[in-house]
Write a protein that binds this ligand. Structure first.
Ligand code: GLC
Length: 471
């Protein structure tokens, strides 16, 4: 009996642990057929490195984006305030959100210097606060203390600033909207992330939600210039037919009814307005998930279809004071591994409520940029090779060139020699260091290459993160 009970506790705990807000990756991928989409995906795959900006009212108190509004058990909710009072307090943050130092040009410049090539910006997160001048609701940045600022229509200016730096432009949009009465209806409690009424019983209400969603995306597609990616978050808002055992195993609560926002209709409108636009309808395997989006982790193996790991630079997506930042080395190593496995990396950064980027983020971005400026040839525009990894060395290729990238572990002394035995250069060809073009001495014996790392690099370059070799 006791051990049975133990087992039960264990199983329930395991189930709870699975329930969080990270999106998993489906094993199904449906390649798009539209040649414009395919061409854009190729272009996007060349870019490798982007920035995911989470910015909204949650930056004011510096808390997790949206999620504390949701009463699922795994969420760490604040003490001392009732759920309803908390919600009121949260929605009301809009009345004090006044980012007077908002300067998207400086964000775009810092991102470019970091080696990033595309941006995804939160036009609306799950909390339903709009960072653009939507006409579908008053809950928006253009309706609070910031409304008279020349750049009040924030998303528009973010997109413009990044376009001016030649970035590809992505609009993050949350399919769930917890502020909408047609999603979370005040008549009922809101026990979880899903619509809180029975859609089958109130079809006209859900229809109103579909129209609202369509109209918002329609505005983004028509009034905000050229958009390359529509990044749709909230994968649990999905047609019931797409819920299979794999989706169930991810642990998020799944309602009895279908939460279909009518993607075919949205997609048709979006592609008419923005030919070739890429849809990232996260985890909803099918025609609107043109690339997959594993979250906070690098997949174990190479994936042949287009994909992107999204990963926050700190622990949180949005700005949280005293957050823990990843080291520059960790970011570069993840990027190298992602690229060698065929993916892109979208690094998450959360601006502060006054509109500036956190100092720590800017510092890390500079360091990342320094490495990429020197070694970018081994990253941008590359594709995978069959055998892409040998221990801590990853391989990429471009045209007829193969790159070998040796990751120097944190705290490791740069070794005198580095060896590998796959993807060896053709006999007699030269090996050079990408960072400075210098030739590297090497020998091959018994199918193993040994490259000599010059003393000046070993001794002076104490901050070595990764060495890229061109062969
Ligand atoms: C998850 C979270 C969401 C966040 C997103 C970023 O989906 O639910 O809050 O915006 O990840 O990748």
């Amino acid at each position: 009996m006791r051990s049975l009970l133990f087992l039960l506790v264990f199983v329930v705990k395991g189930m709870l642990a699975q329930q969080d807000n990270t999106h998993k990756t489906s094993s199904i991928y449906v390649p798009p057929k539209d040649p414009h989409v395919l061409a854009k995906l190729e272009q996007w795959q060349d870019l490798k490195f982007g920035i995911l900006i989470h910015w909204g009212v949650y930056a004011v108190p510096g808390i997790i984006e949206s999620w504390q509004l949701c009463s699922e058990e795994w969420i760490n909710r604040p003490d001392g305030m009732s759920y309803e009072d908390y919600k009121k307090w949260y929605w009301n943050l809009s009345s004090v959100f006044n980012p007077v130092n908002f300067n998207p040009e400086s964000w775009a410049k810092a991102s470019k210097a970091a080696g990033m090539k595309y941006v995804v910006f939160t036009t609306k997160h799950h909390d339903g606060f709009n960072m653009f001048d939507t006409q579908q609701t008053d809950y928006k940045i253009t309706n609070g203390p910031f409304k008279n600022h020349p750049k009040a229509n924030v998303a528009k200016h973010v997109f413009e600033a990044y376009r001016n730096q030649d970035f590809m432009i992505g609009a993050y949009f949350s399919k769930p909207d917890w502020h909408s009465q047609d999603f979370w209806w005040d008549k009922y409690a809101t026990p979880d992330r899903n619509a809180n009424y029975d859609i089958l019983k109130y079809p006209e209400k859900w229809k109103a939600y579909q129209d609202f969603t369509f109209n918002q995306i329609d505005e983004l597609m028509h009034d905000y210039g050229a958009i390359d990616i529509l990044w749709l978050d909230g994968g649990w808002v999905r047609p019931k037919e797409t819920v299979n055992d794999e989706v169930r195993s991810w642990g998020a609560p799944i309602p009895e009814f279908s939460q279909e926002v009518d993607m075919p209709k949205i997609a048709q409108m979006a592609r008419e307005a923005q030919p070739g636009i890429i849809f990232a309808d996260r985890t909803v395997h099918g025609p609107f998930e043109n690339y997959q989006t594993p979250e906070r982790k690098v997949p174990e193996h190479k994936i042949d279809n287009p994909w992107e790991t999204c990963m926050p630079l700190a622990n949180n997506w949005g700005y949280v004071p005293n957050d823990t930042y990843k080291s520059t080395t960790k970011v570069i190593h993840s990027l190298v591994e992602v690229v060698a496995k065929g993916g892109n990396m979208l690094l998450g950064i959360g601006p502060k409520s006054d509109g500036t980027l956190p100092y720590e983020a800017v510092t890390k971005m500079e360091e990342i940029g320094n490495w990429l400026t020197a070694n970018g040839a081994a990253i941008y525009g590359t594709r995978t090779v069959d055998h892409y990894q040998e221990d801590g060395i990853f391989f990429t290729s471009k045209d007829k060139t193969t790159y070998a990238i040796y990751l120097v572990k944190e705290g490791e002394k740069v070794p005198k020699t580095i060896s590998w035995s796959i993807n060896l250069p053709k006999k007699g060809s030269k090996l050079s260091l990408v960072a400075n073009g210098n030739k590297i001495k090497y020998s091959v014996s018994n199918g193993k290459l040994t490259a000599q790392i010059p003393a000046n690099l070993r001794n002076t370059n104490t901050a070595a993160i990764a060495f890229a070799f061109k062969q």
